[in-house]
Write a protein that binds this ligand. Structure first.
Ligand code: MN
Length: 368
């Protein structure tokens, strides 16, 4: 196989992200290889864990931008090591790759990304004329790698990290070819309900890759093993979407740690509840499926068969009955009334008869 998903971790902290990312990719039943770049900062224990999920761990040496001034400007000095990301272009055993930051989570199969050209990426939410370098399609090539290093030495990076450098190097991204613009659902910010809640409501279920931007990562939050609920201790006012996705991250982390043992176990049964729920929302059950679940004593209480929906349904029936009753009473006098509208009245009368005959079975049902 000559195509691969590639990620990077330079320490044990991000290794947790890489573990969950790898697991989430496995769950999508991808046909591509999973290749993780690691530096000497990753311990043996973590490497063993990661080896369970990733096909191959590739040792790379740390590459630092040494651009402390700009990193301080961004107040993210830890970003310097993300320059090691450039090493991805040396993985010439693969023809084409998709790079994913270790702080991303894959919700659905994204193998279609391999049909895209270098460099394809989604717009950055902070400056949409720049791409976000957390998810991108690229072609490993030593010439490109050397050019990138040369560019780094002569121009530096305007933000001190890999994103500034890559955006200047692939500077035609913004305007040259729309096919190199990935849709936002391939790199959706986890806190998206903060910036555009209605859009998340309308399009969020289509999300394919979630990106936990910022310095607080899912693994920094507190997880209560008894309630199996995550507590977002580091965000004072977390967004709704963060709550959902950080919980999903932790649930998958639990599975990855228990079974480990990732490569084979991709069955539905190993999917945590939060993931099953998300999938059910995305692929709603057919009425037949729901009937079967109901008959087996498993109504979807939190979804389609939830109390609110049942209440809504019932009040709709009641309102319809009231409307029908009103219509019937308003039609009757005209049916018996003036001869000039006799034709219209007759048809209105007929339809009201049909409606009231429809009402009867519903009333019968509701008595059961
Ligand atoms: Mn990131």
């Amino acid at each position: 196989m000559d195509e691969a998903y590639v990620s990077l971790t330079t320490n044990d902290d991000y290794a947790q992200g890489a573990l969950v990312l790898g697991k989430s990719l496995r769950n999508t039943k991808t046909t591509r290889k999973l290749a993780l770049m690691v530096t000497s900062g990753v311990s043996k224990d973590k490497r063993n864990q990661l080896n369970e999920v990733w096909d191959v761990l590739i040792d790379v040496t740390l590459l630092d931008s040494e651009d402390k001034e700009n990193l301080v400007l961004l107040s993210r000095p830890e970003l310097g090591c993300t320059f090691s990301k450039l090493r991805a272009w040396t993985l010439t055993q693969f023809k084409k790759c998709v790079f994913l930051d270790a702080d991303t989570l894959v919700l659905q199969n994204v193998d279609d990304l391999f049909e895209r050209e270098e460099l394809s990426a989604a717009a950055d939410v902070g400056w949409p004329d720049c791409f976000n370098s957390g998810v991108f399609v690229f072609k490993p090539d030593l010439n490109t790698y050397n050019d990138l290093l040369k560019h780094a030495k002569t121009h530096g990076s305007f933000d001190g990290g890999d994103q500034g450098l890559l955006n200047e190097y692939f500077s035609d991204w913004a305007a040259s070819n729309i096919l190199r613009h990935l849709p936002f659902i391939y790199n959706m910010v986890s806190s998206v309900t903060y910036s555009y809640a209605p859009a998340f409501k309308r399009f969020g279920l289509g999300a394919k890759i979630v990106h936990f931007l910022g310095s607080v990562k899912p693994w920094h939050h507190h997880y209560n093993p008894e309630s199996e609920k995550v507590v977002l201790t580091h965000i004072s006012n977390p967004s709704q979407s963060d709550l959902v996705f950080v919980q999903m991250w932790w649930d998958l982390f639990g599975v990855a740690q228990k079974s480990g043992i990732g490569a084979g176990s991709t069955g539905q049964s190993s999917m945590p509840q939060s993931w099953q729920k998300w999938q059910q929302k995305r692929e709603p059950q057919t009425p037949e499926d729901r009937k079967t679940s109901w008959e087996r004593g498993n109504p979807d209480y939190t979804g389609e068969d939830g109390f609110d929906k049942i209440l809504n349904h019932m009040s709709n029936i009641m309102l319809k009955n009231n409307a029908t009753a009103q219509q019937t009473s308003s039609v009757t006098p005209s049916a018996a009334g003036t001869s000039s509208t006799a034709g219209a009245s007759a048809s209105a009368g007929a339809s009201s008869t049909t409606q009231s005959s429809k009402v009867k079975p519903i009333l019968k049902d509701s008595k059961k």
